[in-house]
Design a binder for this molecule. Structure first.
Ligand code: TYD
Ligand code: MG
Length: 444
């Protein structure tokens, strides 16, 4: 029997063992797996090629999941025959979301099969009763072996199939352990065949590993049609469902939920959800109107700058990019002569959201300076803008949309990059350089 070595980080395959993966550079990540070519793939159906013109767009190829925020991330509903990966940390709410979705979909008369390879039927029943889901129309199967699951899928012919989770399923085709890259890849490819041939919308749950990626990450991501990540910080009730890949809709759309004692609920007023309920106007606090997908969200950015005795001060970024933080600090030091080398700096985007937008640089810099100088910002003010290496403030997309949302929520002042945006009833400071920012906001 032939064996091969598969990198558990990136999925690369090698004929012999090596200490370091030459693809992704990770150490000690190669695992030996025996290849056995015997397969139980669903029957192969020969199909004919057709001109694009002749392909009809059927109206009902997309159905609502019954959860508005989920539909939004999926690009308008569940596409028949699509393969959707739902990733996230353990305990974030993946099973809860999918069970709630199963309930809505089944209520509409569609057949749903929920396969749990993780939890016993009793555990799922308990979750369902907590969510007040009777579950008369949801078929449940608690099984880990793919060979035992496939006949049930053939028999029940579900419209929607949920596989929870990919890491605990295994196929006898391979000797590798469940959760290994080869297993995950093999099972996904069998499920993909099934989804496409039988038109079953298949949701695959995947846990994120400690390094923050799905096990067998890239391999899986390119195979499936849609990749959704569930984000959120354990201490907060808010959950963000982010679309990072979608063959059937726009990416980078987000769905916003909060976890309650009755399961996940959609957020009514999303733009406010990341503002603390009692907004503080302490030094170090800045409100930043970010854009997530197509929606503006107001996020409170907090910084704490405190003197340290250690030779290398700490730079801690929570919810903001660490490299951008380091850059912001370097610009403050060089362009504004702020002395930060003996200061620990902590920056946090409140509420567990992750912000990757360049427009965050200016608010982050202002927040750090505000904490260092111990000077609070004017109340009801928002700040946005990208800052270049020379201290110039650059424009960012969709300024007007952000300002209008901030105004709706009662903000009266804004600091933005130089542009021709006007919003009635709002005092707007347009800035070209960080020097102007400082002369407007601080007395130093
Ligand atoms: P779960 O969906 O099991 O997470 P995952 O499948 O991503 O591992 O959700 C687990 C958490 O959600 C658990 O800590 C309990 C909490 N929870 C609620 O707060 N309310 C609820 O109604 C349910 C069902 C779960
Ligand atoms: Mg689960």
């Amino acid at each position: 029997m032939k064996s091969q070595f598969v990198c558990q980080e990136c999925g690369a395959i090698f004929p012999k063992w090596m200490g370091k993966c030459s693809e992704c550079g990770s150490w000690n990540s190669l695992l030996e797996e025996v290849v056995d070519k015997k397969k139980v793939v669903a029957s192969v159906i020969a199909t004919e090629a057709r001109p694009i013109k002749d392909i009809e767009i059927s109206e009902d190829s997309r159905t609502s999941s019954g959860i508005g925020e989920l539909d939004r991330v999926l690009g308008g509903g569940i596409v028949q025959g699509s393969l959707i990966l739902v990733g996230g940390d353990p305990g974030i709410g993946k099973s809860t979301l999918l069970l709630q979705m199963a309930h809505h979909v089944a209520k509409e008369g569609r057949r749903v099969l929920y396969v749990s390879a993780e939890e016993s039927p009793l555990q799922i029943k308990l979750r369902a009763s907590r969510l007040e889901i009777e579950g008369r129309d949801i078929l449940l199967l608690s099984e880990t072996s793919l060979e035992k699951i496939l006949p049930t899928i053939e028999k029940e012919k579900p419209d929607v199939l949920i596989m929870d989770s990919i890491q605990t399923l295994s196929t006898q085709n391979l000797s590798a352990a469940p959760g290994s890259v080869s297993q995950v890849r093999e099972i996904t490819s069998i499920l993909m065949d099934l989804a496409k041939n039988k038109g079953i919308a298949t949701f695959i749950v995947g846990h994120v590993t400690k390094s923050g990626t799905l096990a067998g990450p890239k391999v899986l991501e390119h195979m499936v049609d849609t990749v959704l990540y569930f984000e959120g910080d354990g201490s907060s009730v808010y959950r963000i469902l982010r679309g990072v890949k979608n063959r059937f809709g726009s990416t980078n759309e987000v769905g916003l939920f909060h976890m309650t004692s009755l399961g996940l609920k959609e957020v009514d007023n999303p733009s406010e959800m990341f503002l603390s309920s009692t907004p503080s106007f302490e030094p170090g606090t800045v409100v930043f109107p970010s854009i997530e997908g197509t929606r503006p969200l107001l996020v409170e950015i907090q910084s704490l700058v405190s003197a340290t005795n250690f030779a290398s001060p700490r730079r801690m970024a929570l919810g903001v990019d660490h490299n951008k933080l380091v850059l912001a600090i370097a610009i403050l030091e060089k362009k504004r002569n702020l002395f930060l080398q003996n200061q620990d700096i902590y920056v946090n985007a409140v509420g567990g959201i992750q912000i990757g937008e360049p427009a965050l640089t200016l608010p982050m810099m202002v927040s750090i300076a505000s904490s260092l100088l111990d000077q609070a910002l004017p109340k009801k003010m928002i700040i946005l803008g990208e800052v270049g290496l020379l201290g110039e403030v650059r424009s960012v997309p969709q300024i007007e949309k952000r300002l209008l949302e901030a105004k709706r929520l009662g903000y009266e002042r804004a600091m933005i990059p130089d542009s021709d945006v006007k919003v009635k009833g709002m005092r707007i400071d347009k800035v070209k350089h960080v020097d102007e920012v400082f002369s407007i906001l601080f007395t130093k």
